[in-house]
Write a protein that binds this ligand. Structure first.
Ligand code: ATR
Length: 295
């Protein structure tokens, strides 16, 4: 597979006219991506159509081919399709290769180029929107699935001092740590031992437990003073972890809405060569979503 540098000029859509874009996933009906990209389109006067297309893993290849045949120029990919998308690309960026995850597809000739903008979106939300630093933080990554993998490399690139990965199934944490391959900065810990490894400055919840309303059963002694806790989910799925974070004294308890907006802005930049301003759509979505899950 070919590796192409991020934001390469030859990926930018120069065909003119309203390009066709979409987000694929299942479930997809409640995706905020069409609303976000419509706002970016208006802001930068770049006309486009952006629709949500429901596709399971089995349906994805066919649905994407139909979309391409109808002139589709780019797509976002969400659960459960990010690894599948990585498999079908003719070329990917280095960060998508590392993450083994593609959330942004760009039509190139007869095939697709794949990018992963989730990690950059997370770091940009923490540092840009919230004005917090990542560099030098002792970081705990909870989970070792697709979402964890997509952000682990970006956190290391952003300069966290160490990355501890803990996962309900410890073998999955070991697999991710091995794939990263920086034993001096990256280690794994048993979930059941986490109480013995306190003092984390940044705790990222990349598990899917909140989506099924399951508690993580985390010990109270995990956090250093002035710690940041960040849930990659937003809305109800993030409430349990963020409530725990506040109850054990986190200085900042942040949900993943800002990451969603930032990863979309990264994708928009890859497609159109211009990065939209994100504060207005973030504020609009924050007001619309239930609850106030941000400090
Ligand atoms: P995603 O793409 O959202 O990361 P995934 O690849 O299925 O989805 O990964 C889900 C992650 O959440 C995994 O790390 C999973 O742990 P296992 O590897 O043990 O399955 C974790 N997870 C899901 N439910 C959990 C729970 N109740 N407690 C702790 N971890 C949980």
């Amino acid at each position: 597979m070919q590796i192409i540098e991020e934001k390469s000029a030859d990926l930018i859509d120069t065909q003119g006219g309203p390009g066709r874009y979409a987000v694929f996933g299942k479930p997809i009906a409640h995706s905020l991506s069409p609303r976000i990209h419509a706002a970016f389109s208006r802001q930068l006067s770049i006309p486009l159509e952006y629709q949500a297309i429901e596709a399971s893993a089995e349906e994805f290849v066919g649905a994407l081919a139909t979309f391409a045949a109808a002139g589709g120029r780019g797509a976002n990919v969400t659960l459960p399709l990010k690894q599948h998308a990585a498999r079908l690309c003719l070329s990917v960026s280095e960060r998508a290769r590392q993450a083994d995850s593609v959330n942004t597809l760009v039509r190139r000739g007869e095939g697709w180029h794949g990018e992963s903008t989730d990690g950059a979106g997370l770091v940009r939300d923490i540092t840009g929107r919230h004005g917090l630093y990542v560099r030098g933080r002792r970081t705990l990554l909870l989970g070792a699935g697709g979402a964890a993998r997509a952000v682990a490399f970006a956190l290391l690139d952003a300069g966290v001092s160490e990355l501890t990965i803990s996962n309900r199934t410890p073998e999955h944490a070991d697999t991710l740590a091995d794939a990263i391959g920086q034993p001096e900065r990256v280690q794994t810990r048993y979930w059941t031992d986490l109480g013995n490894w306190g003092g984390f400055d940044l705790v990222i919840n990349a598990t899917s437990a909140g989506h099924s309303n399951q508690s993580l059963g985390l010990p109270a002694s995990l956090l250093a003073a002035r710690a940041i806790c960040y849930d990659l989910s937003y809305g109800k799925a993030s409430f349990g972890f963020l409530a725990w974070a506040r109850s054990v004294g986190a200085e900042h308890a942040i949900d993943g809405l800002g990451m969603l907006v930032e990863q979309a802005a990264e994708a928009f930049d890859i497609w159109h060569g211009q990065r939209p301003e994100t504060d207005a759509i973030f504020a609009e979505l924050r007001a619309y979503l239930p609850g106030d899950a941000e400090d």
